[in-house]
Each structure stands twice: as structure tokens, then as C-alpha cells.
Design a protein around this ligand. Structure first.
Ligand code: ARG
Length: 458
């Protein structure tokens, strides 16, 4: 059934009907649509715009539609234009006359703005709780690896020794910021557009405060034209998801590298790996690769929506119907990626020996050797140059700083004493990094405890 046949004299072209219809994808938020309608009629009755009896009949009908859709006795037809038309037509079919009053003082423009907002609000909370699970996995790994040494890299070159806890601690911060971004998106999103009508409000004495309250919004939106044409909350959420995906993608890239034969820092569990159809020896990091790959898809949704919105005059334009498919796909993709990534990390094993071995090679303690000289009164710039010569000497001989004899040290600078060996040990290098944010054991213990307190917060 069409909601708008009255002023037409001809049937709509079949292709136009198909092109225009959105039920195939907006059926996803039938619960939100019904929830919004129940709040709307509750308010209409409270304002004496419809009778109590009509309200009860409508709510009864809407609830039965909802349970019939949930248990499969009612299926989405192919005729209805969108979820709003489908529910309203079905309601009228079920309860007759009172059903025709549901849409009093409402337009599909404020209705769809509400439904999408309710849906995004729901999914945003899910993303947040998935991120929290991921953070829990990360912090557990941190807790167990405060003394697991590994090289820290810059330019993909070994730089200075860190620990696995410290490295994972960086990702903890990223996903924690992602959660706070979601929270601030929520803060701006949580105002109710219902009652904005088509664009200019309505002449009925609607109580917009009441509907906002019933739907657990902070309050009603302030301008009716903005209410029906605002999709900022979609863009903000897509941007939050894009940043989450960027973080997951960087993390994936590292896991893939660490899982390579050359690094062998980690081994992804069999349950999170896949094989090759031709090469029997292969065990591939497909989950991490797919997470990295799907990042483009989520960015695509953001760019697509930014582009859809950029030329739209006020107020509602049908272009905005295009918000749904890309947004739903991005939400599903990102939420799946967070879930799978957390599962992969939770089951991964760390090859601590390989990590420590790698940290020992590659002169990650060269800065500490220079700092040692500074401690003996050498200016840092001179110390830097002396250690540079040590490195050159070691490279030539194929040895590490730790392998040089004290005579060899003294041949380059007589400032070196026996205590150089202690000063450049991996343990010393990490232990002495005690500033806020550094990998020192005590500092990391405090970080892990703080993380735990943060995760316990809600
Ligand atoms: N399916 C439409 C959408 O998603 C609902 C709003 C229709 N409004 C209209 N004036 N045709 O945007």
C-alpha cells in the first residue's frame, strides 16, 4: 500500500518503484521504527491529539507487528516503499481506523531521522563494548609481558629496546581514545528529531520534550529543518569507525610482520589462521590481512556519505536515503573486525626468545652506551660519535656491543670501564627508562594497574 496515492492519476513506473524503494535495507531498523511510533502515539494521547483507546489499539498493533516480524510469521513484502510504509500499512490492515491516526503530526522525514539515530546510537554502544573487550585482552597481555623484551622500531629499523607490554600499551591508548571519540559522538547525537515534521514542525501541540524523554534522549533537537536534514551523527560515527579501522589495520600489519617466518615473534593460533590449497606448509594470517583490507571499505563509507551530503540544500532530500547501505555495511564490518581481532590476540602465542634475541641484535643499546659516556662526563654529541665508531667496528667484525672486550672499548675511548657491560644490558636499558610513558618495569606496572581501574569503571 502506498502512503501517498491521492494526487496521482497514473501508476508509478515499475522501475521507479524499484529504484525508489529502500525496504530491502531499512527493514534492518524495524524495531527502532516501532519504538519511535509507540513514543509518538503515547505523546499524541497525552496531548489529547488522539484518544486513549486509539493509542492502546495502535500500541497493541505495533507490538504484534514487532513480535510477528521477530518470529517470522510476518515477512517483508516487496511492494512497500520503505519500513515506515510497511509498518503503517500493516498496522491499518490489523487494527483498521485507529491505525490511520498513527502518522498524525509526523512525517517520514523526522521518522527516518529518528530511526537512523536510534539505530546508530544502538550500534555505537555495541562498538564501544567490543572495544572494551579488546582493551581487556590487550591489558591482560600487557600484564603478562612487563619483562618481555623486544626491539622498538623507527623507520622499521631496530631503535631501542622496549617490552611487549610497552608496545601493546600504545594500542591500548589508541583504542581508549577511540572509545572517548564514540562517547563524544554520542553526546552530540543524543537529541531527538521527532516532532520536526516534514521540515517546519507541526500545528499540533506536540510535546517534543515527552517523546525525547520516552526515547531516552537528552532532549529535542532545536531546529526542525536541521532535524530532518542532519546526518552529522552518521558522519561522526563513520569517522570514529574509520579511525578504529586505521588502528586495527596498523596493528594487523604488525601482527602479519611478526608472524612472518623472518620475524617469528608471534604464532597466530590455528583457530585464527587458514591454509593454502596448493602449499601444504602454509598457515596464513588471513584474519589480520582481512582486517587490514576491510579498512578501505569503512573509509569508503565515510567518503561516500561526505560526498552525498555536500551538495544538499535544506531540508530533506531523497539523496539522504543513501546513508543506510554504506553505513550498515561499515558498522557490520568494523564491529566484526574488532571482535575477530580481539579473538585472534586472545589466542596468539608470543615467541619471547625470538623477541629478546632480536632486541639484543641490531644495536638497540647504542643510545644507552652513549648515555653511559655522558654519565662519565663526556658531552652527548661526543658520546654519540664515539658510539658511532663502536658500531662501525662491531659491524665490521659481525659482533654486538656486548661482545667487545674492554681492550677493544678502550682502544676507541679510554673512558670505558668494566661497568659498561652492566650499563648496556637489555634489562638495564629498559629498567632505567622510568619517565612517565616509558617502558621501565615499575612504570609499566602502574600503567597496567591504571588500565585495570579504567576497565573496571563502568
Ligand atoms: N525511505 C526514506 C529515507 O530513507 C524515508 C523518508 C522518505 N521521505 C520522503 N519525503 N520521501 O530517507
Amino acid at each position: 500500500m502506498k502512503l501517498w496515492g491521492g494526487r496521482f492519476t497514473k501508476e508509478t513506473n515499475d522501475l521507479v518503484n524499484k529504484f525508489n524503494a529502500s525496504l530491502r535495507y531499512d527493514q534492518r531498523f524495524f524495531r527502532q521504527d516501532i519504538e519511535g511510533s509507540i513514543a509518538h502515539v503515547t505523546m499524541l494521547a497525552a496531548q489529547n491529539i488522539i484518544s486513549q483507546d486509539d493509542k492502546l489499539a495502535i500500541i497493541g498493533g505495533l507490538n504484534s507487528i514487532k513480535s510477528d516480524l521477530e518470529n517470522g510469521t510476518l515477512v517483508f513484502d516487496t511492494e512497500s516503499e520503505d519500513i515506515h510504509s510497511f509498518v503503517e500499512a500493516n498496522l491499518i490492515e490489523r487494527i483498521g481506523e485507529p491505525g490511520k491516526k498513527l502518522h498524525t503530526g509526523r512525517s517520514r522525514n523526522d521518522q527516518v531521522a529518528l530511526d537512523m539515530k536510534l539505530y546508530v546510537r544502538f550500534e555505537l554502544q555495541r562498538t564501544d563494548s567490543l572495544l572494551k573487550d579488546l582493551l581487556t585482552v590487550i591489558n591482560n597481555i600487557m600484564k603478562e609481558n612487563i619483562e618481555t623484551y623486544m626491539p622498538g622500531f623507527t623507520h622499521m629499523q631496530k631503535a631501542q629496546p622496549v617490552t611487549l607490554a610497552h608496545h601493546f600499551g600504545a594500542y591500548f591508548e589508541m583504542f581508549k581514545r577511540d572509545r572517548s571519540r564514540l562517547e563524544s559522538t554520542y553526546e552530540r547525537l543524543n537529541y531527538c528529531p521527532l516532532g520536526a515534521g516534514a521540515l517546519a514542525g507541526t500545528t499540533y501541540p506536540l510535546d517534543r520534550e515527552l517523546t525525547a524523554k520516552l526515547l531516552e534522549f537528552y532532549g529535542p533537537t532545536a531546529n526542525s529543518m536541521d532535524s530532518v536534514s542532519d546526518r552529522d551523527y552518521v558522519l561522526e560515527y563513520l569517522s570514529d569507525l574509520s579511525i578504529i579501522m586505521m588502528h586495527l589495520s596498523r596493528f594487523s600489519e604488525e601482527i602479519i610482520t611478526w608472524n612472518s617466518n623472518e620475524y617469528h615473534f608471534v604464532e597466530i593460533d590455528d583457530t585464527y589462521s587458514t591454509g593454502s590449497s596448493i602449499m601444504p606448509q602454509k598457515k596464513n594470517p588471513d584474519v589480520a590481512e582481512l582486517v587490514r583490507g576491510k579498512t578501505g571499505r569503512v573509509y569508503g563509507a565515510l567518503v561516500s556519505m561526505l560526498t552525498t551530503m555536500k551538495g544538499l540544500p535544506l531540508a530533506y532530500n531523497k539523496d539522504m536515503q543513501e546513508d543506510k547501505e554504506v553505513t550498515f555495511d561499515a558498522i557490520d564490518t568494523a564491529n566484526d573486525c574488532i571482535t575477530l581481532f580481539a579473538g585472534m590476540l586472545d589466542t596468539i602465542s608470543f615467541n619471547k626468545d625470538a623477541m629478546e634475541d632480536s632486541a639484543k641484535k641490531g644495536f638497540t643499546n647504542a643510545t644507552d652506551a652513549a648515555d653511559y659516556l655522558v654519565g662519565k662526563g663526556v658531552a652527548f654529541r661526543d658520546a654519540h660519535s664515539i658510539v658511532g665508531r663502536l658500531v662501525l667496528y662491531c659491524l665490521d667484525k659481525g659482533i654486538a656491543l656486548d661482545d667487545m672486550s674492554i681492550e677493544e672499548y678502550k682502544a676507541i675511548s679510554d673512558v670505558f670501564e668494566e661497568d659498561i657491560y652492566e650499563a648496556i644490558k637489555l634489562k638495564t636499558c629498559v629498567e632505567k627508562r622510568m619517565t612517565i610513558g616509558a617502558p621501565g618495569f615499575k612504570v609499566m606496572q602502574e600503567v597496567v594497574a591504571k588500565n585495570e581501574a579504567y576497565l573496571d569503571e563502568e
